[in-house]
Design a protein around this ligand. Structure first.
Ligand code: ZN
Ligand code: ZN
Length: 103
């Protein structure tokens, strides 16, 4: 389900586009914001499709698996659109993956 950016009406899927039934506004489907991936996507797919983990930003975070202190990170929405996004880390050394709020 998608709503028009212009007038807020419900949009219809039309051949790779969302088309507003009310004002005719069109936008491409699947324009996710940077580093936001959906629940059914795995980070490995992002890494593979993005030309390696170079596609993800890195930050200083301690890996619980190998004690490396640098990790790639990305945002992932867990449930519905009104749930807040959770930050995930992927260790640059061992590729261990963990959630920011895991303790
Ligand atoms: Zn519209
Ligand atoms: Zn690690």
């Amino acid at each position: 389900m998608e709503f028009c950016d212009e007038c807020g009406s419900m949009m219809k899927a039309d051949d790779g586009l969302w088309v507003c039934g009310s004002c005719g506004y069109e936008k491409p489907k699947g324009d996710a914001s940077d580093y936001t991936i959906t629940e059914d996507q795995e980070v490995s797919e992002i890494i593979e499709s993005g030309g390696g983990t170079n596609g993800l930003p890195t930050t200083s975070a301690q890996c619980p698996n190998c004690d490396n202190d640098e990790a790639y990170w990305y945002m992932q929405q867990i449930r519905s659109a009104d749930e807040s996004e959770t930050r995930f880390f992927v260790c640059t050394e061992c590729e261990h993956k963990w959630r920011e709020d895991d303790h």
